[in-house]
Write a protein that binds this ligand. Sequence first.
Ligand code: ADP
Length: 407
Amino acid sequence: MLHIGLTGGIGSGKSSVSRRLAELGAVIVDADVLAREVVEPGQPALEQIRERFGDAVFGADGALDRPALGRVVFGDPQALAALEGITHPAIWRRTAQTFAAARASGTRVGVHDMPLLVEKGMAGEYHLVVVVDTDEDTRVRRLVEDRGMPEAEARSRIAAQATDAQRRAVADVLLDNNGTPDDLVAAVDRVWRERLVPCADHLADEVPARAPQDLVLEEPDPEWAATAARVMARLRHRLEGLAVTVDHIGSTAVPMYAKPIIDLQVGVASLEDADSAPFVQAVREGGWPRIEAITEDTPKGANRGRQRWAKRYHLGTDPAVPVHVHVREVGSPGWRWALLLRDWLSAEPGARADYRAEKERLAAAGLRRAEYAAAKEPWFDSVHERVEAWACETGWSPSGAPGPTGA
Ligand code: ADP
């Protein structure tokens, strides 16, 4: 099941989006609704709240007095942590149960409607994050006119949340809601059809995103780094305890003239970790199935022919974002070379110009994408000594490596 995080600032129109997604067939878990359900009469969390906070936060009818509780925890981090320690486990349990039931009944898309997704740093937990984006003044006007909220309260609530820029940074899909409600529904329908359903299908069938077979080279795109950062957050989340390093590598990381493919490198302590059942399950569920046929890199420079540079190789399933994941042992020559080549190209304009000229030469020769990778090897060999000399001169060491590298 494709797991989507849906968020947006207060008054952005998130509820309208989640309603439409439900109509289209998604199962929705609304974090606010669950937060209220776990403190309904008869719920275990309610008794725990009474033990911790006393009768003062209960009304005469025995129900929780939410405003009174709000006043008790407001500005008191310890009290807030105690309250969350009671309610959060119950909320997470229900969330997991609802999604598990949806998955078991064959639902293809599960949506977590989560106002505080950004504030809680949860973006990495989802296959995709959808953000509803609406100008602050429009949101204030709608909160005042539709919900009867005083303007000052609307503004102070907005100020207490993450900024629009913070939300945009984690958005795989940005839904603009400055237009009419019909515009919003049309935008949701389009995203459903063009992005969410294809993504869910590829994930379920473990079909990698298809990069164009013809060799397409593009000028550097400022979006590459942001896209890579979002996918890396997902890899780090899924591979917690299994991945030692996660880095954006390759030409899109430099960035320079390149195929628009996000190459990522996961460093593992041992390739045995990459072959372990938890790793294989985590990458499959995350949407990066393993390509069994590829198990090594071509060694560079003087090592050519004398060493094996073993790796594991995975492809992303989001059809909109071609992602290649190279899994290599931390400190191994192949792991180090990927980082070194990236940093050398980033630091040396002349190196970028030479590499670009080689790419253009190969593209002009009419190479297909599949032939292109192998055809670049002689160029890597030809620059290997230059790259190592640069590493020596600059005292380069691979960032993200644990401890001394001996490089
Ligand atoms: P959120 O759930 O993000 O806090 P809502 O979905 O409740 O926000 O939207 C806030 C208010 O704005 C609601 O009253 C909603 O009906 C209204 N609204 C949402 N989208 C639009 C729109 N495109 N045009 C006009 N009003 C809208």
